[in-house]
Design a protein around this ligand. Sequence first.
Ligand code: CP
Ligand code: NVA
Length: 310
Amino acid sequence: MRVQGRSVISLKEWTPAEIKQVLMTAQWMKANPKVAEIQYALRGKSVAMIFELPSTRTRVSFQVAIQSLGAAPVILDWENSQLGRGEPIEDTARVLSRYVDALVVRAKSHEMVQQLQKWATVPVFNALTDAAHPFQVLADALTIWENTGYLAGAKLTYVGDGNNMANSYLVIGAKLGMHVSVACPAGWMPKEDVVAYAQQEAEVTGGSIHITSDPEQAVFGADAVATDVFVSMGDEDSEQKREALKPYQVNARLMAMAKSNAIFLHCLPAHRGEEVTADVLEGPQSVVFDEAENRLHVQKSVLYHTLAEF
Ligand code: CP
Ligand code: NVA
């Protein structure tokens, strides 16, 4: 696998074989956290983390992942750096590339991350934009694999807002040969270009893509059911949107349409009683805390494959 020096922007740029390798290494690292080869793999390196939006999981799991490979994390908050005062991204990218070995960035706009990658001379890792959340869906794929035992042929359903998570489920599901079913209200569908891309990829991998406004149809026979907040960071909090999304709540009645051993996924933070009921989130099918843990393992795996010198 030749991914050394590569960025992760939307996962479109990664092949199915490369994604599977990342997941296999993540699984191995999870089982063998104290192996010296891993603990010192990035010794002497530094990784800057830029946050334009709040974060709990991403901030901590990336920081711990970087440290656990022997590298040093450098955290920049938007408001306390010159970015908050309008320094251009292209200048920031070139300056930081002189100091550190990679950039982790959470930004409001996907274009900003693409711009950062264009000007940086080190790998850029997208830690969430309005269009994609690639490390989250890598963690979700690992969680499905752990619970179901397979990815190709598994049915993954996403119910809710056609947001960054919906887009990224389409991309990774198609790449891994999964049957991805997405149910969103009209007007809040995933991006059309992402749906078209996923359909093309699924044809190659033997997966399939199904987009609907009917949550029950989407969940029927699913191996994994996922949802996300109705209103994302940076979104306009409109009553109209919340109303449109009400029928898309994941509750016990909807979960009953999935396979009896289906798992429930949510990237968190969750709003109990809104996109998911408390009984589902806290119930036996929910694996949301394993999913959160898996952020750490997939991020270690990507950092290792892209930054370690062999
Ligand atoms: N799931 C996730 O990305 O969480 P944070 O916003 O807390 O990083
Ligand atoms: N769709 C959510 C995900 C949070 C991890 C958001 O963008 O706010």
